[in-house]
Design a binder for this molecule. Structure first.
Ligand SMILES: [Fe+2]
Length: 443
C-alpha cells in the first residue's frame, strides 16, 4: 500500500503465502506491476517465492483484489467464532444474554457475509495474527452492544459492528518484525504502525456497497476527543459517533484482555475506570457504557491474591503521595499556557490536564482520607477491603496512564520555540521530573 514508508514493504503478500501453506490461496486474475509486467499468472498459488517476488513491486492494483482463499471465515464461521469468544469471556456472554443480542449478532454476521474482501482479511488475520483476530471479535461485539444501548439506528449499529471487526486489519500490511518488536521502536517504526488506520481506510473505501462510515470509523479509531490521538489529531467536534464507539470498544478490550487476564476480574471491574474517565466520552456513550455493565448483573471479581495485598497497599500509598505532588507543577503549567490558543498541541495539553483534574476531583481519589484508609488497611484488612483496594489500584493506575499522556504533550511543548520563557521552562521541567518519580513507583 502506498501509505507505508518508502523503506517499508507491504507485508500482505507474505501473509497470503503463509496462509497458502494450510489453506490454498490462488490468483483469480493475472497480477501485473505498475509498469504492466506480468508477475503472477491467473490460477497460480501464492507461494513464498512468488510473494518474495511480488513484494518488491508496486502492483497495478492491491493484491487482495486478485486472490481467493479456499476456506474463508464466512458468515457462519464468524458467528461460531463469537460463540467461542463467549466461552473465553463469560462476562461478555452475560451482557449478551442480558441484552438479548443473539439475533442481532446473527444478522450482522450475515451482513458481513456479503463482502468477500472483508472475509478474506478476517481469514488472514485469524491465521496470521490470532490475537488481533480475537480483539476484532471483541470490538465488533462490544461496538454492537454499545450502539444498541445508545439506541442508534440499525445502519449505525451495522457500521459500528463492521468497523469494530475490521479496524486493525491495516496491521496486516505492516511487517511483523515491527509489530512484534520488543525493543523500543524508532520514530519511523512508530509512524509506520500509526499508519494502520489510514491503510484500513484506503482498503475499505474500495469495497463496493460498504457504508463509507465503516472506513471513516476505522480511520478515526485512534483519535481522541482531546486531540491527543492519531493519525490526524482531530478534536471531538470532528469525530464520527461510530469511530468513537470503536475507540471505546478498543480500550475496553485492551483492559479486559490484558489487565484482567489470569484474574477473576470481569467487565464489572472496569466501572471505576469508566467513571474515572467520564470526560473522555461524550455524554451519550458514557451513559450507555455505564448502563451496559451496570444492568448486566455482574459483580466485580477478585484481582489481587491474599498474599500480595500488603505489598500492593504499600505501593498504592507511595503512588498516592507521588501523584499528589505531580499536580502542583501542573497547576503552574496551566496558569502559564495561553487559555484560548489555536495551536492544536496547546489545546490538547490543556484538555488532557483538565481531564486529569476532573477525574481526581470527581472521584476524590487523591483526598487525604483515601491515604489514611490505605494506611489503616495495612494494619487491619477486612474481606470487603479487597474490592475497594482493587478499585483504588485501577484508578491510580489509570491516573498514572493519563499523566503519561500529559507528559508526552508537555515534552513536545518544552521543545517548542514558543515556550522558551524561563518561567514556563521551569514549570514544564518540574512537571516532567515529578512524573518520572511516579514511573519508579509503578515499575
Ligand atoms: Fe488500532
Amino acid at each position: 500500500m502506498a501509505l507505508l514508508d518508502s523503506q517499508q514493504e507491504d507485508a500482505y503478500a507474505h501473509h497470503l503465502s503463509q496462509v497458502n501453506k494450510k489453506n490454498q490461496v490462488r490468483a483469480t486474475e493475472d497480477i501485473f506491476n505498475e509498469q504492466g509486467v506480468l508477475l503472477v499468472k491467473k490460477g497460480m498459488p501464492i507461494s513464498e517465492q512468488l510473494a518474495d517476488q511480488v513484494i518488491k513491486h508496486k502492483l497495478l492494483r492491491p493484491i487482495e483484489h486478485s486472490v481467493n482463499i479456499e476456506k474463508i471465515i464466512d458468515a457462519g464461521r464468524l458467528f461460531k467464532a463469537f460463540s467461542f469468544l463467549f466461552t473465553r469471556y463469560p462476562d461478555c456472554e452475560a451482557v449478551h444474554q442480558n441484552m438479548t443480542l443473539e439475533m442481532l449478532l446473527r444478522d450482522l454476521c450475515g451482513e458481513y457475509g456479503r463482502f468477500s474482501l472483508l472475509q478474506q482479511k478476517m481469514t488472514v488475520l485469524s491465521m496470521q495474527r490470532p490475537h488481533e483476530f480475537e480483539k476484532g471479535l471483541f470490538c465488533a461485539w462490544f461496538s454492537m452492544a454499545l450502539a444498541r444501548k445508545m439506541d442508534l439506528s440499525m445502519q449505525q449499529i451495522n457500521d459500528a459492528f463492521m468497523a469494530g471487526l475490521i479496524h486493525d486489519t491495516g496491521m496486516l500490511h505492516i511487517s511483523s518484525e515491527i509489530l512484534d518488536k520488543r525493543e523500543a521502536l524508532t520514530p519511523t517504526e512508530w509512524r509506520t504502525i500509526q499508519s494502520h488506520p489510514l491503510i484500513g481506510d484506503l482498503f475499505l473505501k474500495q469495497i463496493p456497497g460498504l457504508s463509507p462510515i465503516v472506513a471513516r470509523a476505522t480511520l478515526e479509531h485512534h483519535e481522541r476527543r482531546d486531540g491527543a490521538g492519531y493519525p490526524a489529531g482531530k478534536f471531538s467536534e470532528n469525530l464520527c459517533t461510530e469511530g468513537q464507539i470503536v475507540a471505546i470498544a478498543d480500550s475496553i478490550c485492551a483492559i479486559r484482555m490484558l489487565r484482567l487476564s489470569g484474574t477473576e476480574g470481569n467487565l464489572a471491574n472496569l466501572l471505576p475506570i469508566i467513571q474515572f474517565n467520564e470526560r473522555s466520552y461524550d455524554p451519550g456513550s458514557y451513559k450507555a457504557l455505564f448502563s451496559l455493565i451496570r444492568t448486566s448483573g455482574l459483580e466485580p471479581g477478585r484481582i489481587l491474591a491474599d498474599t500480595h495485598l500488603g505489598a500492593e497497599i504499600r505501593i498504592l500509598i507511595l503512588a498516592h503521595r507521588q501523584l499528589n505532588r505531580c499536580f502542583l507543577p501542573l497547576d503552574k503549567v496551566i496558569q502559564l499556557l495561553p487559555e484560548s490558543s489555536d495551536l492544536r498541541r496547546v489545546r490538547s495539553a490543556i484538555d488532557q490536564i483538565h481531564s486529569c483534574w476532573f477525574a481526581v476531583a470527581s472521584s476524590g481519589l487523591l483526598a487525604d482520607s483515601v491515604l489514611q484508609w490505605l494506611e489503616q488497611c495495612l494494619v487491619n484488612t477486612e474481606e470487603e477491603d479487597y474490592v475497594a483496594v482493587e478499585e483504588v489500584k485501577v484508578m491510580l493506575k489509570e491516573l498514572h496512564w493519563q499523566l503519561l499522556q500529559v507528559r508526552k504533550s508537555l515534552a513536545i511543548l518544552k521543545d517548542d520555540e514558543g515556550f522558551k520563557a524561563i518561567e514556563m521552562q521551569q514549570a514544564l521541567k518540574s512537571a516532567l521530573k515529578l512524573q518520572e518519580g511516579l514511573d519508579e513507583v509503578f515499575k
